[in-house]
Design a protein around this ligand. Sequence first.
Ligand SMILES: *Cc1c(COP(=O)(O)O)cnc(C)c1O
Length: 233
Amino acid sequence: MTRLLDNLAEVRERIAAAAIRSGRTSDAVTLVAVTKYVEVPLIRELMAAGCLDLGEARPQALWNKAAELADSTGTIRWHMIGHLQRNKVERTLPLTSLIHSADSVRLISEIDAVAQRLNRVADVLLEVNISQDDTKHGFQPEQLLTSLDQLAGFPNIAIRGLMAMASREGDERQTREEFIRLRELRDQAQSNLGDQAILKQLSIGMSGDFEIAIEEGATIVRIGSQLFEGIDT
Ligand SMILES: *Cc1c(COP(=O)(O)O)cnc(C)c1O
């Protein structure tokens, strides 16, 4: 397990250094440990090291791991980071602190309806397709701006910011440009929304590009493979 702790320490150091380069401190950036590659024993090791923000990309996997870790309900903050089908909202929302992948008005309308029945407000990030890749989920930037009024009108939804993934094949310059575009879109959306919502969060950055993301304003990074490198998962 020392390898996991070494990896975690290295990731935390790199986060802190990138935060300083962006004029912030490491507490301005939340590390979400993406646990989709591993089983519960390794997750418990992460939790023991203080990693309590955990991310899963598939609803079913999140349900199963939340059930296995039910003794830690209330300690873990689960993040839904992958595509969420509307018929899975009912089971997913009660387990989840933040849905990063709110990618359509129809999905958000369903999350609002379920949140209303649960008598709570659902925190969501709007997923944006910044890579112009048609196979990816997410709002197109223009579509996001024209949908904002409708999205801000759902009474049981709190929009906390934006989420995106950089192009898979992009080099560093392209990745940085995509992250800058997302930040500018956030600033535009914030100015359109006024005080209807505070879009503080930018969920960008994975194992291969989290330092660039932090330099460009990420407040949440979602890191999986870098944490588990060299470990037999
Ligand atoms: C898997 C996944 C990550 C983590 O990716 P790594 O490259 O393993 O760090 C982040 N975000 C999403 C949406 C993912 O599906």
